[in-house]
Design a protein around this ligand. Sequence first.
Ligand SMILES: Nc1ncnc2c1ncn2[C@@H]1O[C@H](COP(=O)(O)OP(=O)(O)OP(=O)(O)O)[C@@H](O)[C@H]1O
Length: 292
Amino acid sequence: MNAIVFDHVSKRFGDVLAVDELSLTIAAGATVALLGPNGAGKSTSIGMLLALSRPTRGTIAVHGRTPERAVLAGEVGAMLQQGELIPELSVRELVELVRRLYPAPLGLAEVLELAGLTELARRRAGGLSGGQAQRVRFALALAGAPRLLLLDEPTAAMDVESRRRFWDSMRAYAAGGRTVLFASHYLAEAEEHADRVIVIAGGRVVADGTAAQIKAGAGGQVVRFALGEQPAAGLDRLPGVTAVEVGAGIATLRTRDTDATLAALYRDTALDVRDLELSGLDEAFLALTGRS
Ligand SMILES: Nc1ncnc2c1ncn2[C@@H]1O[C@H](COP(=O)(O)OP(=O)(O)OP(=O)(O)O)[C@@H](O)[C@H]1O
């Protein structure tokens, strides 16, 4: 059973083509990251899955039915980028309110526990920090025990500890065979938490696979160091290297095999390598989305 099918979906807002002939299929039970820079079309795609807007062209199916029907049946939960919480209500009251809207919700204690809110249950929503409010939005997204959970940049505003707890909870929720689709800007986050990464840019899919496949497809990792006045000749022949750029005394090598490149850089060249930096995921992602 597929949780999500986009069949040649386009969405236009006036002159802006936010989603451009997008076709993709997500199997039930998968945890998938939707990755892309600002304006890539992530939120628009999530909004259409929630039936908040309709495609200009093409069709979307959620568990084999229209998004409207799937949402009405209580099959979809979502945590969006905005969303005011009713400030006068306590965390517990808010969760109860949403639980009552669904046919077969999770238990109150389970929701509070999953979202790390047990201690905050009596607190008024109006007095919560940004990160705590995000946790409440997460609780409201999963309160109805939806088969499909949509998360639009869920960890924005969370500190490191809250993020770790959030991802642990997300995994625990997904482990029950539910489908999770989360939007993110960061390949590192996607690599750690998703089985599959779909990269979109300009409303189109530019890469789709595991994080490792996406890194390899983008030319792998980047090795950068201060070269100074030393000659750059031969760097392009180091094992694994696919591209070399030199500018302002800095050498940047793109490599498919960081270990082999570094070993040869130290062993086979006479270069004095200073200020070595390795970066990978985000550079690979930027290359894919045309930002580098
Ligand atoms: N209601 C709207 N009216 C007009 N243009 C819109 C509307 N919603 C989105 N857009 C435009 O559609 C494009 C895609 O936006 P979208 O919010 O889906 O991107 P995104 O990938 O979620 O970006 P971000 O990472 O910044 O949240 C952008 O150019 C955006 O300005």
